[in-house]
Design a protein around this ligand. Structure first.
Ligand code: HPA
Ligand code: ZN
Length: 324
């Protein structure tokens, strides 16, 4: 990896911790927990990581996480990611987790939460790597299930900064979750939502107007709506864009077609992130490098993207200054 990208201090704002499950760890945990995987080898797992769209990815993603059973498993998963983050000079990370994907398999909420939380605390202590946790609701599950999940999270709210919305986007508009998000905001959570990855620009408007989000996750389809572009430019609501994810899930055919430079040139608060790095072929450094190469980004543009992420992070004014 190019030395500047590797060494420059970075902030990651769009990372699903379950999406950091590398084939080797899936295999190891499957063995440790006596879970039968539908793959005969680590290589076969890696070969299954080829996708046509978001749905085909989600099927592999949810099947893979069946190996996550104990608090130690969630700790090991998170710790492996944090070591990777440290190697890539990531100084602050905001991680999503999908509690419903685990509670619906019978794993209690606190098992998931404590495993992740304790690894995050260890990274703060050992590396000075700061973090925030974002609880994501699965939008292809009923809003009542999201509300129940929010209630399960209330005892742990000191360790959870925001709620988000992920999983299959088409036909699951943000408006379905208006009341859940209102409750979350009353309880003191910030809000974010995946919108405009595969779904239309109207979902981005709904996320802004109904869910009152602080950031839009992905958001690349904003390009189709001139009024929305003007609004994003004016308000500087950040987009957490994930270049390798967008190519792997065929939101764009190839990296050279990605619109992030166009959005950046329009003065929109674009950030670069990794989404599900174990599945999409790279962590934050690889995402920055792939975008830089294909879109001919200058060093000044890379610096702007990194500054946008610091500005968009859920951190104190003091920490923001430290990160700059
Ligand atoms: N989009 C929606 N849901 C997800 C994603 C994504 O890119 N990754 C993990 N869950
Ligand atoms: Zn995502």
């Amino acid at each position: 990896m190019n030395e500047f990208i590797l060494k420059v201090p970075k902030v990651e704002l769009h990372l699903h911790i379950e999406g950091t499950l590398e084939p080797e760890m899936m295999w190891m945990l499957g063995d440790r927990n006596q879970i039968q995987l539908p793959y005969p080898s680590v290589d076969a797992i890696r070969r299954a990581y080829r996708f046509q769209d978001l749905q085909s990815f989600l099927e592999v993603y949810y099947a893979g996480m069946s190996v996550l059973q104990t608090e130690q498993d969630f700790y090991d998963l998170t710790w492996a990611y944090l070591q990777k983050a440290q190697q890539q000079t990531i100084r602050h990370v905001e991680l999503f987790f999908d509690p419903q994907a685990h509670t619906q398999r019978g794993i209690p909420f606190p098992v998931v939460y404590y495993g992740i939380h304790q690894a995050l605390q260890e990274a703060q202590k050992q590396y000075g790597l700061s973090s925030q946790l974002i609880l994501c609701f699965l939008r292809d599950r009923p809003p009542a299930s999201a509300l129940q999940t929010l209630e399960q999270a209330l005892p742990y709210r000191a360790g959870i900064r925001a709620v988000g919305l992920d999983s299959a986007e088409r036909d699951y508009p943000p408006s379905h979750f208006r009341f859940v998000f209102e409750r979350a905001r009353r309880e003191g959570f910030l809000t974010v939502a995946h919108a405009g990855e595969e779904g239309p620009p109207s979902y981005i408007w709904e996320a802004i107007q109904l869910l009152r989000v602080s950031r839009i996750d992905h958001g690349v389809r904003c390009i189709e709506d001139p009024q929305l572009l003007a609004y994003l430019q004016q308000t500087q609501i950040p987009l957490t864009v994930c270049p390798l994810s967008n190519v792997k899930l065929r939101v764009f055919d190839q990296m050279a077609d990605h619109n992030l430079k166009t959005l950046l040139d329009l003065g929109i608060a674009v950030t670069i992130n990794s989404d599900d790095p174990a599945y999409f072929g790279g962590y934050l450094g690889e995402n920055l490098e792939a975008a830089q190469t294909a879109l001919h980004l200058s060093q000044a543009e890379i610096v702007q993207l990194l500054k946008n992420a610091i500005e968009a992070a859920f951190v104190s004014a003091q920490r923001r200054t430290d990160l700059l």
